[in-house]
Design a protein around this ligand. Structure first.
Ligand code: BES
Ligand code: MN
Length: 456
């Protein structure tokens, strides 16, 4: 049975890749209104794909935002385990577009890699799961019930998914949820992710004069909002890289000795490799923690974007009327996005000068998650990864966020098995995002093995 499914996947490789290119051609950028039609098309493509491999009850279900695609296959019977499979069909924006070597929505193979927005994060991961289920089902070996939950708002904080999950509790009952939206640590370093950070995302606007002014006529008498914003931002960290928001570290759970030992094993501590992947001249951060710990186990505050004044060609001597920063915090247990937002607000109240006005707008939130490693899904996947890569997976706490993990834990008591076949150098959210095709093919095989292990 197992070999027939693996053989089916190998026989159909070329077709799988062509279909992946099709979904990658739909620009499902969830944060931009101009792509709303594409979001609908992305949901339809996904639903049709589920139907075509023989899934039942396939529906595009409305939410307060972009729709969810659901489908299932429950013919394994009541005594068989039920595996939910989560995915997202939305992607991040493509800017700065001029840095892309090929069109982000015309997937191009160069060497071992496929370049396109959403290739690694995470359309290929969704399709890997679909192809694995297809391969097992078409060769007559599926003995596990499957439920698909594929959303369109992951990249904007899964805002409406929580409500959806609450409303469809019964439909979403499962023994665990396979979530391939995390990743591997290297092409030969399979991983099961045991923790994710949470996120609080806000926009800070600083207002000065009622319009842009002549900087010669008014510079020196009016506080420049760009400068005021820079001063506020500079005060958000101390010299040692610690965040200064009042109470920020109060609830941060200490990293245990056992967790520290796990962090120590991770390839993410390799300074040279980090500099190579990022292109940065040197590392930065809390010196008393290892790099992998700073990413997986410590909270941060990042400036995601800045805007003010004249940024066009040449020069304009202007004192801008306003400035804006996008600010987000990555959170660890037991911080919450709501409290962090209040802490940021408290910092601004305390630190903002009287010479400007300011406004803080919350954009989206996600909770930090730790997942149980003793569930049947983790066992089945660990065994599968060992078979395919010839080595046991790392158990790693990672720095990214995925809203659904806490939502499933809280509202339906379903734990997530976090994995994925994206690599640290894939350039997720960056220009020239890519997918390492040999790793992707192994990923498909590893899910086939996982399903086989669950059937035994
Ligand atoms: N696939 C990532 C999450 C991820 C990244 C997990 C790295 C593990 C390691 C996901 O698609 C993502 O980027 N999520 C957003 C969510 C946010 C907007 C709430 C993120 O982390 O920025
Ligand atoms: Mn992402």
């Amino acid at each position: 049975m197992l070999n027939n499914a693996l053989e089916y996947a190998r026989q159909n490789q070329a077709g799988f890749l062509e279909q992946l290119k099709e979904i990658l051609a739909i620009p499902t950028i969830s944060t931009l209104d101009e792509n709303n039609q594409d979001m609908q098309r992305g949901a339809e493509w996904t639903a049709n794909k589920l139907k075509s491999i023989g899934m039942n009850h396939v529906q595009i279900m409305p939410t307060g935002g972009h729709p969810v695609v659901y489908g299932d296959w429950l013919n394994a019977g009541k005594d068989a385990p039920t595996m939910m499979i989560y995915g997202h069909y939305d992607v991040q924006p493509v800017d700065p577009i001029e840095l892309w070597k090929s069109d982000p929505f015309q997937a191009e193979v160069r060497g071992d890699n496929l370049y396109a927005r959403g290739s690694s994060d995470m359309k290929a991961q969704v399709l890997a799961s679909i192809y694995a289920v297809e391969s097992v089902l078409k060769t007559g070996g599926l003995k596990v019930n499957i439920k698909w939950l594929i959303e369109g708002e992951e990249e904007i904080g899964s805002e409406h998914l929580g409500e959806f999950i609450k409303k469809h509790k019964g439909m979403l009952k499962a023994d665990f949820c396979l979530n391939p939206d995390a990743g591997m640590l290297g092409p030969n370093e399979p991983a099961i992710v045991t923790g994710l950070r949470g996120l609080m995302y806000a926009e800070l606007r600083v207002y000065g004069p009622s319009k842009d002014l002549h900087s010669g006529g008014f510079g020196g008498t009016i506080h420049n909002p760009a400068q005021a914003l820079a001063e506020l931002i500079a005060g958000m960290h101390d010299k040692k890289g610690k965040v200064t928001l009042p109470g920020f570290y109060d609830k941060v759970r200490k990293i245990s000795a056992k967790e520290r030992a796990e962090f120590k094993r991770l390839p993410g501590n390799n300074r040279k490799e980090l500099l190579k992947i990022t292109g940065a001249p040197e590392l930065w951060g809390e010196p008393q923690f290892m790099p992998a710990e700073r990413v997986g186990g410590r909270p941060t505050l990042e400036i995601n974007g800045l805007l003010s004044g004249f940024t066009g060609q040449g020069s304009k001597t202007v004192l801008p009327a306003w400035s804006m920063a996008k600010i987000s915090c990555r959170l660890v247990p037991d911080q919450t996005p709501e409290e962090t937002f209040k802490q940021l607000k408290a910092y601004l109240k305390k630190s903002a000068p009287k010479t400007v006005k300011w406004e803080l707008i919350g954009l989206h939130n996600a909770g930090a998650a730790l997942t149980e490693v003793d569930n049947i899904g983790v066992q089945a996947l660990a065994k599968a990864q060992e078979k395919v890569w010839g080595r046991k997976p790392y158990f790693a706490r990672e720095g990214g966020s995925i809203g659904v993990v806490v939502q499933l834990q809280e509202y339906v008591g379903v734990d997530s098995v976090l994995c994925g076949f994206g690599l640290p150098d894939d350039g997720a959210h960056s220009p020239n995002e890519k997918l390492h095709l040999p790793t992707w093919r192994k990923g498909i095989e590893s899910i086939i093995h996982m399903i086989h292990n669950l059937s035994a």
